[in-house]
Design a protein around this ligand. Structure first.
Ligand SMILES: N[C@@H](CCC[C@H](N)C(=O)O)C(=O)O
Length: 276
């Protein structure tokens, strides 16, 4: 069968977005892996699938698959592209959209033609909710990595993140530590690994080694987790500009039990169709 898709990106974190409201298909993990391949497929970090909602209180259901075929709970850059996609495809005329993901309902707001503001929900910091193996919630944890002691924060934005503080993201050992931390046994569902450099209380830089993908040009949930980690350590203010290799996100978090708000662009690249 021929399946229509839209290639999109949020700060270079790229997606194939598929409308399963007006099309019908079953896409297996093996097909996702094949289509994600940058030489033999479409090439993307995540596939985003738009479906009718199961819950009558929301507008859509949105499912996310990493390039390795694993289905995941949340994707911040994907959420912005999802909002732009459903408007461009006239699947809704609303400016405020409520969507269910496998980690709960998030709210999206289109701001002008280019930007989308997303209420990413309240970060989860209790170890069991992340999930991360630790006796009690702390701002930072010590973790052994083959006799190397690392200090990190553990945060869930619906999906699990480890955040390490570094002096300089350009020289941070992202490709060396990223895969080892992603698979560390204290993160039983693996994790995304963020390397955070503080510039000042309102500006920071971040690189993220994503679970199921590798290093990406930007990670929205990673940026939210990094803001939370920076604030837990007393290093960042409520509103922060986060610079990622692919561009900049505006973020805000008031503190415990409050949602993280993320604002940034969503860009359509091209329309295509592929035979499954
Ligand atoms: N690129 C994303 C996160 C996608 C999911 C992540 N790789 C995971 O496995 O949790 C973002 O923008 O948040």
């Amino acid at each position: 069968m021929l399946l229509r898709f839209t290639k999109m990106h949020g700060l270079g974190n790229d997606f194939a977005v598929i409308d399963l409201v007006t099309q019908h298909a079953r896409i297996s993990a093996e097909q996702v892996r094949r289509l994600a391949d940058r030489h033999f497929g479409i090439g993307f970090d995540q596939m985003l699938i738009v479906e009718p909602p199961q819950n009558p209180e929301v507008d859509f259901r949105y499912r996310i698959f990493n390039a390795d075929g694993s289905e995941v709970e949340q994707c911040g850059n994907g959420a912005r592209c999802f909002a732009r996609f459903v408007r461009d495809k006239k699947l809704t005329h609303k400016d405020r959209i409520r969507v269910e993901t496998s980690s709960g309902v998030i709210e999206l707001q289109l701001v002008g033609n280019k930007e989308v503001r997303v209420n990413m929900g309240v970060p989860m910091l209790e170890p069991a909710a992340i999930p991360f193996q630790a006796d009690a919630r702390q701002a930072t944890y010590e973790l052994d990595l083959e006799r190397q002691a690392l200090t990190l924060s553990a945060v869930s934005m619906g999906n699990p993140h480890a955040v390490l503080l570094v002096e300089d993201v350009d020289s941070a050992p992202v490709l060396e530590l990223g895969p080892r931390l992603e698979h560390h046994p204290r993160f039983p569902q693996r994790c995304n690994v963020g390397f955070l450099q503080i510039i000042n209380r309102r500006e920071a830089r971040l690189r993220v080694f994503e679970r199921g993908v590798g290093e990406t040009l930007a990670c929205g949930t990673g940026a939210c987790a990094a803001l939370v980690a920076g604030r837990l350590r007393g290093l960042l203010d409520e509103e922060v500009t986060m610079q990622l290799p692919g561009g900049t996100l505006k973020l805000a978090w008031k503190g415990d039990n409050q949602p993280v708000i993320m604002t940034g662009p969503a860009t359509r690249v091209y329309e295509g169709q592929i035979r499954l």
